[in-house]
Design a protein around this ligand. Sequence first.
Ligand code: HEC
Length: 460
Amino acid sequence: MMTWRVLLAAISAFVVGICGTGNPTSPAGDEAPAALGISFIEGSTSALLIRRNGKTYMVDLMTRTVREAGSPPAGAGPAKSGGATLSRPSAGQAQGAMIFQKRCAGCHGPDGKGIASIHTPNFTDPKLQATLTDDQIVTTIKNGKPGTAGIDMPTWAGKLSEREILVAAAYVRSLGSPAAVQTPGGAQPPESTQKPKVYKPGDDVLLTLPTGRRPDFHGLYLNFTHRFVFDPAFTGTARGNALLGLDGFSLSSFGLRYGVSRDFSVSVFRSPTFIARPIQMTAAYNLLSEVDRAPLNAAVRFSVEGHGNFRKNFAENFELILSRSLTHRAQVYFVPTFSLNARRLFQPGSYRSRAIPDLPGHHTVSTGVGGAVDVRPTVALVAEVIPTLVAGRALGIHRPAYAFGIQKKIWRHAFTFGFTNSPGTTVSQRAGTRAAFLNAPGADKPGGLFIGFDIMRQLY
Ligand code: HEC
């Protein structure tokens, strides 16, 4: 999203580009300004001198100020070194903002909040500001610093003048106290450019239903799911009741998701032998995002699942994932899903891997509906229902699959613990319920829930 600040910076950069820098190279560039009584200031990209009626004036394009050369700068004196001087809002701040947008925003973000993938710090974080002294900021800008993610903070000494380094440092400092931040031109951004209230899903799924969240550019995510289904599945409710099934064995699936770009991701996901060893390969594309002020988030996913490690019983799935934030603390999800050649969850003898049967496929339509609500800043309640609208009976599904749980969101991690009546975690299996899994139509009772948990870890 291009903020008006970036736009202004771009326009200013253009103007500066036209005016030239302190040392124009073409002879014409030398003569024409002089004839007009204009001269450039060495090392400055924003100020020039104009001679009129025997007097010399300094014009600062960034701060839009004109003053007689020789008189002290009106409140624009950049800090000589350290101390409280850097935090004082000053006319130089507009220039600082301009330098920041032009030279720094590429790696530090237009708002100075940093870019996760290259590990640049969040300058708006008061905790970070507290750990940095003014001298450290100035020194880092001058001399650079090796980065922790392969990209280094460049050296600016020689590329920016001493004064520019100081005003850039003052601007970095001012980002820590939002009230002091002046945007170029001095005005506050209009209300409509304030950040929209958008919910941040903690994981790629609620419990099983996809949230359609965008990946980070080149982000790599590990998804790990456990569904403790076995004792209830093989011996009825009795043994499964021991510690809510935690004494039993789980169906453990895992996958990786990679953000090829901010909008396009690919993933691989594998479930174990007891449900026929499907491997699911998915490509997902984010069409709309509330972050870009769209009225809702929309993503499409196409996936192919194949049993026996992608050898047989292939199913093809198309999903449309729609979501909308109610506030920045709650989001609702709607996921119409078309599965071609979905197979039954019940597979007698399939736990012997050679014996995975060839099963007839059924074309199904399901619509996942879900929601997430943050009850604390890092804790969400999640719930989902996945009714199968077409061909559910053919798969032995008698009731909608549903799940509810609680999710802890830690930096780049999510842990979700919940209850569900579905053992499946791939697209075509997730609508299958306990009854479908046991091949026992009566098994979908309210008490017939499995416990499960998901772990998501962003590796990069
Ligand atoms: C090519 C990318 C890049 C550009 C351009 C860039 N930086 Fe950095 N900067 C970094 C990285 C990476 C780090 C973090 C180094 C690390 O891992 O500690 C950093 C760190 C910093 C720090 C130190 C923060 C700390 O915790 O020590 C300051 C201050 C800073 N940058 C200011 C600026 C300013 C001002 C500009 C523009 C004049 C700028 N940077 C331009 C990549 C960049």
